[in-house]
Design a binder for this molecule. Structure first.
Ligand SMILES: Cc1ncc(COP(=O)(O)O)c(C=O)c1O
Length: 471
């Protein structure tokens, strides 16, 4: 620079000339489409993965976050100095925190207490004020994350609730970005679009655009956890996060998000947790793609559907986020083994080989009385307590809230609610874990251990029988 000349300011050269982005929000979208080459063995159709984890905040939700903030700025609902508020443990909070940080807004994110420490740290790193509230509540409960977030947004001056479940800018983001990108990237040759449904923003916006631009030719396929309500399941819990529709048994009504337009989805492919987990593990090992659980569900559904398609079909499957956030879950051998997802590698003796007590029921529902619980125990010393459901069905490990011990019920009034006598949950061991691994997981202070297979309870085993089976 010559002395006396003014340095050129960043504004004196346009971003377009420099091939740079003016801000991090402008770097959202235009993610790559990558062909799957090895998990597609035996499939004639081309299957491409849209890598949404390459967005700045690490997920597809960056698109919705930017669009919701843009719309709120335009409408005047979010003003300079304002505060962005949302209730979510997930990627939307991160996307909002990223965009809000870059535009000088404060962010308050309300998260349920089960949220991982990493997610909370991530939000705080972007300057978000994280408020932790009780999780596992039905949506009408005043302390449900979304209701707490709404109250905070109403109470603080300049507060604005993003409200991804009902905000039209959420599906709108995909109608104006994800859909057109896919059409461009495949030069109009896309024939099938596969995605999971959380708020429904992704599938509704992208699917609507693709159907319109193709004159209705593109088929839109929802990838759904097996028990999710979206595809007609009973609403029971599952292990893949952020997609599907779980219904808390205490829910007064089953409310679906406005962001989800069910007329856009032509059909659903349902995927069991085990298949989603197997898929993320094989994508990492054979394709070099580390994807999150919902990406596993989507790819599993895409592959199953693609097997039925001719060679000229072009299937695009959307990968919402990276497996990095789930290293301590789906990619962790110990987690997978404890919940009974089959990981047998050697001929060692496994829990399944021992005398498991498979008498049903495997659990006491939370709305039982002491008398009913004693009858359900049927001579057993301890049983898990689970969320109470109207419909009987498999007991999902994720729905266990504690345990009852027979000895603690003997002196109680038989009409007393069992919830007054609940103790800490029993250890859970996987049916395919080696006995030695299960013994060390079980610890020594309780009489029984819950046995799980593919995430559901299949019985219990006494601590004595488990120890007797040890090598
Ligand atoms: C990891 C992950 N997968 C899938 C989804 C579902 O996307 P949508 O809410 O657009 O349906 C989300 C949404 O938060 C997500 O975080």
């Amino acid at each position: 620079m010559t002395a006396g000349t003014a340095p050129s300011t960043p504004d004196s050269v346009s971003s377009a000339e420099l091939n740079v982005y003016a801000s991090v929000a402008d770097a959202i979208g235009n993610t790559p489409l990558v062909r799957l080459n090895r998990v597609t063995e035996g499939i004639e159709a081309a299957v491409y993965a849209k890598l949404e984890f390459l967005n700045p905040g690490g997920s597809v939700k960056d698109r919705a976050a930017r669009a919701m903030i843009d719309a709120a700025e335009l409408s005047g609902d979010l003003r300079p100095g304002g505060t962005v508020v949302e209730g979510t443990s997930g990627n939307t909070g991160i996307g909002l925190a990223v965009v809000a940080a870059s535009r000088g807004y404060r962010t308050i994110v309300v998260v349920p207490d089960k949220s991982s420490a990493e997610k909370i740290s991530f939000l705080r790193a972007h300057g978000a004020d994280v408020r932790v509230t009780k999780g596992a509540l039905p949506t009408h409960h005043p302390d449900h994350v979304r209701n707490v977030a709404r109250r905070i947004a109403d109470e603080i001056d300049g507060g604005w609730l993003a409200g991804q479940y009902d905000n039209p800018a959420n599906p709108g983001a995909h109608y104006v970005t994800t859909g057109p990108e896919l059409w461009r990237q495949t030069q109009g040759r896309i024939t099938h679009f596969v995605a999971g449904v959380g708020t429904g923003g992704t599938i509704s916006g992208t699917g609507k655009f693709l159907k319109e631009v193709s004159g209705g030719a593109v088929r839109v396929i929802g990838a759904d956890p097996e028990t999710s309500r979206y595809s007609g399941g009973d609403g029971r819990a599952y292990y893949v996060e952020s997609i599907g529709h779980f219904v808390h048994p205490d829910s007064e009504e089953d409310i679906w998000p406005d962001s989800y337009d069910r007329t856009v989805v032509d059909e659903f492919v349902t995927v069991a947790d085990r298949e989603s987990i197997d898929t993320v593990r094989s994508l990492a090992r054979t394709e070099g793609l580390l994807v999150g659980g919902s990406g596993g569900t989507a790819v599993a559904a895409a592959l199953r559907h693609a097997r039925t398609l001719p060679p000229d079909a072009v299937v695009v499957v959307l990968i919402p986020d990276s497996g990095r956030a789930y290293l301590s879950k789906y990619f962790d051998d110990d987690w997978v083994a404890r919940l009974g997802f089959d990981t047998r590698t050697s001929g060692s003796r496994v829990v399944e080989d021992l005398p498991i007590d498979t008498r049903v029921p495997f659990a006491v529902p939370a709305d039982a009385t002491v008398g009913e619980a004693l009858a359900l125990l049927d001579g057993r010393e301890e049983l898990p307590v689970v969320l109470a459901r109207a419909t009987p069905g498999p007991t999902v490990v994720a729905e266990i809230t504690g345990a009852v011990e027979r000895k603690n019920l003997l002196d109680a009034l038989t009409t007393d609610p069992v919830t007054n006598h609940v103790s800490a949950a029993l250890a859970v061991v996987g049916a395919f874990e080696t006995v030695d691994a299960a013994v060390s997981r079980a610890g020594g202070d309780r009489r029984a251990v819950v046995v799980a297979s593919s995430g559901s309870v299949v019985g219990s085993i006494s601590a004595a029988d488990l120890q007797a089976g040890e090598s």
